[in-house]
Ligand binder design. Structure first.
Ligand code: NAD
Length: 423
């Protein structure tokens, strides 16, 4: 039976994830029982814990860790600190990690977690206490062979260092492989901080080639100026010679049709807290940024940015989804009808988890690779995944997102079928 889009509420991440799975399952002709297994996820852990604030007050926080699947290996996925984070979003993001790891063909299942909090309201000391207590709470279910967290929205290498230290205290010996995205001094991998962006840039390079767009000076607009957005902009300029004309953060965006000086924008952001007001740029809104006439648009902030109400006004030739779930399913359909080439999130931002995998392998082997080695291996995995997704999409007469889901879901379903049902 054809999937009916009207049965899904696309403003909910959980429904978007379920819809994409159902669309892929339709092509794969998966039996209903197996579909249910893949929809459901395996484990959900909710913790409520107090943190002492700097003024001595106690404040309660809620944290989550969802392991969507462990069929292909330990669960892998980020930890997000975000004011509106809830279980439903974490569930959907954990499922996305399952499909992403499978698309990249990494020996991992999928997980996601985080804490509902606004990091802008917390001091560094409060963040450390919150992170250490969260780690203690979820320690029974994480570990290098069980579930390996990594940075995500508003968490970073320092957060991972606190988690690694707390977990190691808990165990009584140092366990670097419990997290990835650590500082290099603690066993982090070279290239991890730029991996998501670098992988996305490799995918954009392949798309440009597939579309025969090698000639000409191409422009790029990037929504988001965090760990991913800044490096995508920098590397698109450096590696592909593209001209970055717009970039944004929560405060709004900046535009210069002749191209932005990214170091100037970064300096301004560090000084004032926002990219807006950088000398020599025009101010634009996040909505206007998405609708700019550019060759490449990179949403690199949060989910639900390209929706049915603005998809008709997207003016890019390529949309590279560096963020997770920035496009709703209906919007994706509209972009497809308008012949816009969308590199879906579970492929476009798969570079992050791929280098996380490299970090985990290096931690396990106690042997470290050079940055050149990392980037060469990343390029090879990204390029292979890109063409496998493209080929799967073409074989199924589907768009790239559905191609990616078909590939990922098929690999996970096969693993589950081979392992069988216990008992
Ligand atoms: P980050 O916290 O470093 O940066 C987020 C950026 O988005 C900031 O510049 C912030 O100002 C901006 N932003 C937040 N809310 C916004 C809004 N409403 N409108 C416009 N801009 C907004 O996070 P990040 O690690 O760069 O992650 C960005 C996206 O990439 C997320 O969707 C994340 O899940 C995804 N992602 C990250 C990684 C990684 O390695 N960090 C890997 C895969 C996917």
């Amino acid at each position: 039976m054809a999937v009916d889009y009207k049965l899904y509420d696309e403003s909910r991440l959980a429904d978007v994830a379920r819809l994409n799975l159902d669309l892929a399952a339709e092509h794969l002709d998966l039996e209903e029982g197996l579909r249910d297994i893949l929809r459901s996820g395996q484990r959900e852990f909710i913790v409520h814990f107090p943190v002492e604030m700097d003024d001595g007050r106690l404040k309660m926080f809620t944290g989550y860790r969802v392991q969507h699947s462990l069929y292909r290996g330990p669960a892998k996925g980020g930890l997000r600190y975000y004011p509106t984070l809830d279980l439903e979003d974490v569930r959907a993001l954990a499922a996305l990690m399952t499909w992403k790891c499978a698309v990249m063909n990494l020996p991992f299942g999928g997980a996601k977690g985080g804490v509902q909090c606004d990091t802008k309201q917390l001091s560094q000391e409060e963040l450390e206490r919150l992170t250490r207590r969260l780690t203690w709470e979820i320690a029974p279910i994480i570990g290098p062979n069980a579930d390996i967290p990594a940075p995500d929205l508003y968490t970073d290498a320092q957060t991972m260092a606190w988690i690694m230290d707390t977990y190691s205290m808990f165990k009584g010996y140092t366990v670097p492989g419990v997290v990835t995205g650590k500082p290099v001094e603690l066993g982090g991998s070279l290239g991890r901080d730029t991996a998501t962006a670098q992988g996305c840039v490799y995918a954009i390079r392949e798309a440009i080639e597939v579309l025969g767009m090698q000639e000409g000076a191409h422009t790029v607009a990037v929504q988001g100026f965090g760990k991913v957005g800044y490096h995508v902009a920098r590397l698109a300029q450096k590696c592909l010679g593209l001209k970055v004309v717009a970039i944004s953060d929560t405060g709004g965006g900046v535009y210069n049709r002749s191209g932005l000086d990214l170091e100037l924008v970064l300096g301004h952001k560090l000084e004032t807290g926002s990219v807006t007001g950088t000398p020599g740029t025009d101010r634009i809104t996040n909505e206007e940024l998405l609708e700019l006439p550019v060759e490449v648009l990179v949403p690199a902030a949060i989910e639900n940015q390209i929706r049915a109400d603005n998809a008709e006004r997207i003016n890019a030739r390529i949309v590279a989804e560096a963020a997770n779930a920035p496009t709703t399913a209906t919007a994706g359909k509209i972009l497809d009808e308008r012949d816009i080439f969308v590199i879906p999130d579970i492929l476009a931002n798969g570079g992050g988890v791929t280098v996380s995998y490299f970090e985990w392998v290096q931690n396990t082997q106690k042997l470290f690779w050079s940055e050149d080695d990392i980037n060469r291996r990343l390029d090879s995995i990204m390029t292979r995944a890109f063409h496998e997704v493209l080929q799967t999409a073409r074989q199924n007469k589907a768009r790239l997102r559905i191609g990616a889901y078909i590939l990922g879901v098929q690999r996970v379903a096969r693993a589950k079928q081979l392992r069988g049902i216990f008992p």
